[in-house]
Design a protein around this ligand. Structure first.
Ligand SMILES: *Cc1c(COP(=O)(O)O)cnc(C)c1O
Length: 419
């Protein structure tokens, strides 16, 4: 469900036509819909209304401060994985008491900032990190509020690069060692053990891995309680998938039912860290066709967006729907084409042999479901400026991230004296 629809033959974001936006902002650019962001947040909020859950948006999926704030005013907290993201969450107005800091390699400086800011919880992923955080907290005369991330060793059945909950992955404390580490954590004077945390992967389109992980968390909590350790919270991570093609993803209500069935009676407060499911369908990448190149065996549509702007197809073999901004006639013939960017890498390919209606030079196209891990994973490869981000609300729009100028891009570099 999203708010990108054809109206009078032109694709709109809510009430703003994308060809008008392209004329004002220039291509390529990301466009986000406020109505879709709000809808996704509310659907999840309603699904878990009976569960005493705090929804902490995983900022790495889309870290634009306007997006974070749109969710924040509805009550979302933030799950951050770096100092930069923590600063973004705070700049967007997320109260510290709704911020969770995750990540396998937090530096001392990041731990200090987290302790000084007084956030809801710092998720610790290893024993050395636990010791480091204990030392940081004591040096400041404080106790750090900690979630211990355990690795439940379940297969999330998703792309290998976004699987995080198997024992061979770098994340979390091994399932079998968790009780020992938890007992040790309790003895550290700078540590207040507030939560067990887990996150098994991203773009899960099947609920069974969640069920498996939640059962293991449940067993762990029951065992700890028998030992007199009772962390009041459980952090269930993110990972719920979104539909990129016709295949449906599990609904937030079904996901909530799995939580309720497996953990609902424990009396723990819950933290959820959804990223993709809140923002994925709320964004598109708009691009212009530069050339259509008809070869002997294949036709290529060369557009002005490239793998540096949206890396998911190159990195995860991801599928993104491609739509022309000018609606194709219902009877228009569809022919298989390769849609590619201008970068000299064969991986700079958005779609191979995709059946699309006829496209010509200067036509606008959009890549759908690009709101998550799109702009945040972009780079300046080939010295291409990061593309602007535009947020639409009804018939209003705002450029919420400007395209840098070439001078700005060059300004951080300098020549050494010997040149
Ligand atoms: C990436 C990440 C998330 C969000 O994952 P989604 O698949 O976008 O929901 C949540 N928690 C942690 C710890 C993460 O690393």
């Amino acid at each position: 469900m999203n708010h990108f629809h054809y109206r009078d033959g032109v694709l709109h974001a809510e009430d703003v036509s994308l060809d008008r936006l392209a004329a004002e902002v220039g291509t390529p650019f990301y466009c986000y819909s406020t109505a879709t962001l709000e809808r996704h947040f509310r659907v999840l909020q309603d699904a878990v209304a009976d569960l005493d859950a705090t929804i902490c948006f995983a900022v790495k999926a889309n870290s634009n401060i306007a997006v974070i704030r749109t969710l924040g005013v509805l009550g979302a907290g933030a799950d951050v994985v770096s100092e930069g993201e923590l600063r973004r969450a705070l700049a967007a107005g997320i109260p510290p008491e709704r911020i969770v800091f995750s990540g396998v390699g937090k530096t001392r400086r990041e731990l200090e900032l987290a302790v000084d800011t007084g956030i809801l919880q710092i998720n610790v992923e290893s024993e050395p990190e636990l010791e480091a955080l204990n030392a940081v907290a004591l040096s400041r005369g404080k106790r750090a509020v900690v979630g211990l991330r355990v690795n439940p060793d379940v297969d999330a059945n998703t792309h290998a690069k976004i699987t995080t909950g198997r024992k061979e992955n770098k994340f979390g404390i091994e399932w079998t060692r968790a009780p020992q580490v938890l007992r040790h954590a309790r003895t550290l004077p700078g540590i207040e053990l507030a939560s067990i945390a887990s996150h098994i992967g991203s773009q899960l389109t099947d609920l069974q891995p969640f069920r498996d992980a939640f059962r293991r968390l449940r067993d762990l909590i029951v065992m700890l309680r028998a030992d007199g350790i009772a962390p009041p919270r459980l952090d269930l991570g993110g990972g719920l998938g979104v539909p990129y093609d016709e295949r449906p993803a599990p609904s937030p209500a079904d996901y909530a039912a799995v939580i309720r069935q497996n953990l609902g009676d424990l009396g723990c407060r819950l933290i959820l860290e959804p990223g993709r499911m809140l923002v994925g369908n709320a964004g598109v990448l708009v691009s212009r066709v530069i050339y259509v190149k008809d070869g002997a065996t294949r036709s290529f549509v060369v557009c002005d967006a490239a793998m540096n702007d949206l890396i998911r197809p190159a990195m995860y073999d991801a599928y993104h729907e491609i739509l022309p901004v000018a609606q194709a006639a219902p009877d228009a013939a569809r022919h298989p084409v390769d849609v590619v960017g201008p970068i000299c890498e064969s991986g700079d390919t958005f779609a191979r042999q995709r059946a699309l209606p006829p496209l010509a030079k200067d036509d606008l196209i959009v890549f759908g479901t690009a709101g998550a891990y799109g702009a945040t994973m972009s780079s300046t490869y080939n010295s291409r400026p990061l593309v602007p981000e535009v947020l639409v609300k009804g018939d209003h729009f705002a450029v919420v991230r400007a395209r840098p100028t070439y001078d700005e891009m060059l300004a951080l570099e300098s020549l050494p004296t010997w040149l």
